[in-house]
Design a binder for this molecule. Structure first.
Ligand code: F6P
Length: 369
């Protein structure tokens, strides 16, 4: 099993990290095209790298991937806690996880199943897992997914547009109740350290205030917006806030630490803190809603079905061409590829000169600064 191997007979496919709409569309096209066009066997690996660690995999046939295009989630399952280089094998007497590098076990299972190459569908964490296997001689191809849209070198990841749509619908619903009750309503969106989801859904829903991690907020500026709106006869304010937003000179709010996860910090709760601060300072009634995992679920919108299929098809073309160790990306409307190692454990954030920022300001949206 090496990248130089003349002929590939069998590929493995896995979905790693947090799920998102469109994963099944990739599994479908990769499996169908691998079997029908290239005559390959396809092995579906369960729960991302966990399936490689635990040797849990199954052969995928055409029937297994029929009728899954529109389904949310992933038929293979996923895990955002299984990094073979740092895998929790148990706990010490104080209940702290004990970690071990189990890459050798993974390599044994790959050999045992006679998998010649892997298609890894995931975000920066999954690509870092793929980079480790590449270093051990496993040919890999990466396919980028995440609702956060924060993967380097790609203009867009599938799952993002569906999450924007879901979050926008939620913001629209909160908008009407905010208006009826004359309240300041905060809606907290996911996205980790990147504001893409909050920015796009906030703009789409016409949020009055949009708070993203890339622009630390000033509470005075947010309160002034609420009060100024009241003076203009607008007795409610809709605030879209990213889970990673933080005050100027302050810290993000950590909801929990998942010790056995390669990226252990789970953000969340900033909207609740802000709601109390705004109420105390402006004497307006405030409410906070944390959208949470509703943003990751459900059927992919048409755009994501097509994007995921484009990405998966490109991955199969790369398998056919033996173009290993690269990630499919979308740049300026065209699929392209970059080294997997160049995106591992990195995040693409909104740059200060991104047109979205100027556009939001142009319609009078307060960005908290
Ligand atoms: O990366 C996707 C994402 O949904 C982030 O937006 C969020 O911060 C995180 O995953 C939540 O992770 P978990 O599913 O482990 O709570």
């Amino acid at each position: 099993m090496t990248a130089k191997r003349e002929r590939i007979h069998r590929i493995g496919i896995l979905t790693g990290g947090g799920d998102c709409p469109g994963l099944n569309a990739v599994i479908r096209v990769v499996t169908k095209a691998a079997i029908n066009k290239l005559g390959l066997d396809v092995i579906g690996i369960e729960d991302g790298f966990l399936g490689l660690i635990r040797n849990r995999m199954r052969r995928l046939q055409i029937d297994d991937v029929s009728n899954i295009l529109t389904a949310g989630g992933t038929i293979l399952g996923t895990s955002n806690k299984a990094d073979p280089t740092h895998f929790a094998i148990g706990e010490d007497k104080d209940g702290n996880p004990i970690f071990e590098d189990v890459t050798n076990r993974v390599m044994e299972h790959i050999r045992e199943r006679e998998i010649d190459a892997l298609v890894c569908i995931g975000g920066d964490g999954t690509m870092s897992g793929a980079a480790n296997l590449i270093a051990h001689g496993v040919p890999c191809i990466g396919v980028p997914k995440t609702i956060d849209n924060d993967l380097m070198h790609t203009d867009i990841t599938f799952g993002f547009t569906t999450a924007v749509q879901t979050a926008t619908e939620c913001l629209d619903r909160i908008h009407s109740t905010a208006s009826s009750h004359h309240r300041v309503m905060l809606v907290e969106l996911m996205g980790r350290n990147a504001g893409w989801l909050t920015m796009q859904a906030g703009i789409a829903a016409g949020a009055d205030v949009i708070l993203i991690p890339e622009i630390p907020y000033d509470i005075e500026s947010i309160c002034k917006t609420c009060v100024d709106r009241s003076k203009r006869g607008k007795r409610f304010t809709l605030i879209a806030v990213s889970e990673g937003a933080r005050p100027r000179g302050g810290e993000q709010i950590v909801n929990k630490v998942v010790h056995d996860s390669p990226d252990p910090i789970r953000l969340g709760g900033v909207s609740t803190v802000l709601a109390e601060e705004i109420a105390a300072r402006t004497h307006r009634e405030t409410r906070a809603t944390i959208l949470g995992h509703v943003q990751r679920g459900g059927t992919p919108v048409a755009f994501d079905r097509v994007l995921a299929t484009q990405f998966g098809y490109k991955a199969i073309q790369m398998v056919a061409a033996h173009e290993w160790n690269r990630l499919v990306v979308m740049r300026h409307g065209k699929t392209d590829t970059v080294e997997i190692a160049s995106v591992a454990n990195k995040q693409r954030l909104i740059a200060p000169d991104d047109p979205l920022i100027a556009m939001a300001r142009a319609v009078g949206t307060c960005l908290g600064d």
